[in-house]
Write a protein that binds this ligand. Structure first.
Ligand code: BG6
Length: 482
């Protein structure tokens, strides 16, 4: 993995299905523009937007310019202009075969112009219920078949949610298998591309002071939190059909769990890293009905039912808390809390690793007697926090002697913040990294089919009992939910 490596120089065409959607304007195009402005795209590259709306060439260009979500002044206007010159549009309905034939024709004509068979990347930036139709039409149109001379590859980028449960995930996978080999499929879970999450492997396996203790004998519990202060906004219609468990639980929270608990891979090649992430996800213990009812919680923020696109009687959860555990000898018995909510007090994603309390009896005695210690015996627990966003960093709660004439204990924190290191301050954007890696064919930061199946295997039995769990309502801006 080398984020500064130039992309392959081979001509490449990037096809975006759903170019007029929020994801394309909010994430994909800004990421492609960033790579373009860093001169990291091949000299011959083209972006083709595919969507239902009809645009003239000029209208399309104006539309993209208007919707390109980049901070004013971030790029030279010239750069943006030249970037837009690489874009073109193909109008068509996703279920309409002739539109795919026109697209194939356009791809061929670009290849002819370049005098080479180009690489082709297809990005499905559309609601998941459209995947099947698009994949079938791609298959029939033979768009995804590399050219005869095999000089160009074809790859597909597919967004989460990957299926709706284990069965639908399996059938989607079957469909993909007809068209592509695993090495051509790039399943996006953008959390994997977050810099502070990628760092977890380096931090764990490079620092010998932690790794030997990274196990049940020393770790008391792990708490993974993905909190957002925003509600669902314009995504009400989509969100109301899936809820927090499927929106972030089955993917982002479990990928964070995998990174913090997996074993060291045999090598840092994509296959080995993905295999270890999958292995730990496979060893997640199934949560029984009684455990679920006792330990899990779900909630919905007040006002959610009046959001655009949300049913006024909606029972969809916007908050979840689960208690997971791993059946391996390394982790047996260690609770791993997974928590996420929308409309919470603040936006923050972090992972707290709580170490077991010290067993030094003599210190207990001292603390019991000593009223001046600001740390109670119950609180005497080291906590290592990976702050994933915002304010990326790492902190460690530790104890020391409080200066003075008595032997009293105090708690302090050792902190590292990326923003304090000038050369770390500008962290690569998730999608920039993902598109970069899809171009160079590195699948490390993409979920494998094994990982997806393992996470659905864990989540599907929870879904079966989900309705039995009471839905708590909470105020917007809540800090914690009981
Ligand atoms: C998406 C979810 O996958 O992740 C959204 O669908 C969520 O509901 C988002 O808001 C969070 O991503 P980030 O990168 O903003 O933390």
């Amino acid at each position: 993995m080398n984020s500064s490596s130039p992309l392959a120089l081979h001509p490449t065409i990037f096809v975006i299905f759903g170019i007029t959607g929020d994801l394309a304007s909010g994430k994909l195009l800004p990421a492609l523009l960033a790579l373009y402005s860093k001169r990291m795209l091949p000299p011959n590259f083209a972006i083709i937007g595919f969507s239902r709306r009809s645009f003239s060439r000029e209208e399309f260009r104006d539309y993209i310019r208007e919707h390109l979500n980049v901070k004013p002044g971030k790029y030279h206007e010239e750069d943006i202009k030249h970037f837009l010159d690489h874009m073109s549009y193909e109008q068509g309905f996703f279920d309409n075969m002739p539109a795919y034939e026109r697209l194939a024709e356009r791809l061929r004509s670009i290849d002819d112009r370049w005098g080479q068979c180009s690489n082709k990347l297809f990005h499905l930036s559309v609601p998941p219920n459209m995947y099947e139709g698009i994949l079938n039409n791609l298959a029939h149109s033979k768009l995804t078949v590399p050219c005869d001379d095999l000089s160009g590859w074809t790859r597909i980028l597919i967004e989460k949610p990957f299926g709706n449960d284990i069965e639908t995930a399996r059938s989607l996978d079957k469909l993909l298998e007809v068209l592509f080999e695993e090495k051509q499929i790039f399943r996006i879970d953008h959390y994997l591309a977050k810099e502070a999450l990628q760092n977890i492997l380096a931090f764990r396996f490079m620092n010998q002071i932690f790794e030997p203790m990274w196990r049940r004998e020393y770790i008391d519990k792990i708490h993974i939190k993905l909190m957002e202060s925003e509600g669902v906004h314009s995504r009400g219609d989509f969100y109301d059909r899936i809820g927090a468990l499927k929106d972030v639980g089955q993917n982002h929270l479990l990928q964070m769990l995998a990174l913090v608990t997996m074993d060291e891979p045999r090598s840092y090649a994509a296959d080995d890293i993905r295999r270890e992430r999958a292995k730990v996800l496979k060893s997640l213990r199934r949560i029984s009905t009684s455990e679920l009812l006792k330990t899990a919680a779900k909630g919905q923020y007040d006002g959610y039912r009046s959001e655009t696109g949300v049913s006024p009687q909606s029972k969809t959860e916007t908050y979840i808390r689960l208690q997971a555990s791993i059946g391996s000898s390394r982790w047996r018995g260690v609770p791993i809390y997974l928590e996420s909510g929308k409309a919470m007090a603040e936006s923050k994603t972090e992972i707290d690793v709580y170490f077991k309390k010290s067993k030094l009896k003599i210190l207990d005695k001292k603390l019991e007697k000593d009223q001046s210690s600001s740390v109670s015996a119950a609180e005497r627990q080291n906590i290592l926090t990976f702050r994933i966003q915002p304010d990326e960093g790492i902190k460690i709660k530790f104890f020391l002697k409080k200066p003075g004439y008595e032997f009293a204990i105090d708690a302090k924190t050792l902190k590292f913040k990326y923003a304090d290191v000038p050369s770390y301050a500008d962290l690569p954007d998730d999608y920039e990294r993902l598109i970069h890696d899809a171009f160079i064919g590195d699948q490390t930061l993409f979920a494998s089919t094994e990982e997806i199946m393992a996470s659905w295997k864990f989540v599907t039995p929870i879904l079966a009992n989900w309705d039995r769990l009471p839905l708590k309502s909470y105020q917007k801006g809540t800090k914690e939910i009981e």
